[in-house]
Design a protein around this ligand. Sequence first.
Ligand SMILES: [Fe+2]
Length: 339
Amino acid sequence: MSTIRIEDIAHVRYAAPDLSKMRAFLEDFGLDCFAADGRLYGRGSDGRPFVHVTEPGEARFLALGLRAETLADLETLAASEGVPVEDLAEPGGGKIVRLTDPDGYGVEVVAGQAKGEPSRLPADLPVNTASAKPRLRQTVRLAPRPAHVKRIGHAVLKVRDFRTSEQWYKDRFGFITSDEVEAAANVPLGAFMRCDRGDKPADHHTLFLAQLPGPLGILHAAFEVTNLDDLMLGHQHLKSQKRQPAWGVGRHIMGSQIFDYWKDPFGNELEHWTDGDLFTAADPPQKQPMSALLAVQWGSPHPMFAGKLPPPPGLVSFFMTLRLRVLGLFRSKPKETAA
Ligand SMILES: [Fe+2]
């Protein structure tokens, strides 16, 4: 049993040398931005005080924020880790426990933050399909605009040793595996993990830990937008502002989301998504081949497959080494001959 169960991801924290440049991008991306105490904050429409933080400094990823269910959970976690529960001196207040994961990433577990009134999202229009026509005497007229980010949904971290990191996050926060990704049979590369919310449905993944070659870092953070129209309007807007696209639009296999990835001015990747899978704690984990990770059900192929992005340094040798190791596992031992 884990020390506590986290409720959801709370925020991602970065450092960047130019907060106004970051703000301009985040506003194009659809976050509601404000400055406080020298930091830049981005919030969604869900009433949470912030989902994205940028501090002044050399561009880098600083921390993953997770939300505990109660303040009592924070006390339990802090006692188990031998660290204090501190006041969270940021918008929304509350309390925080600061930890460091096996790869040195900051993990900020928060609780008791003030929650404001959610702001209104664009309405979901009825959709006419071949089998059902609920929209009658009503047109579709969409004005150009950035997407509406409702909330943060997940983050993807590169790790040095998947099993070590998996254990660390599961032991403390009660994550459940939705899909474990294998490079070959029984050679895990990472896992999409969701929150244990009992009978309450949870996103297919809140955290994906991936053991991949190259330097450590956050691969992306993902934000839920209103619906497909909103995501596509957001895509058009980011394109019109000459922002750097990374991958999309398409529909993922694991998690099933419709996705759209963009890079901020400092090279961090952020994702818009909509229409993802939900599971309860009772749903069993699945295993998936590596090929399902970057493949799409429809839409843009991953830039690496489309030849627009070279494989990252070390990837080819990594998979060659892995292949040799896997082949070694199945190589039959020479039979001993009787003397
Ligand atoms: Fe994602």
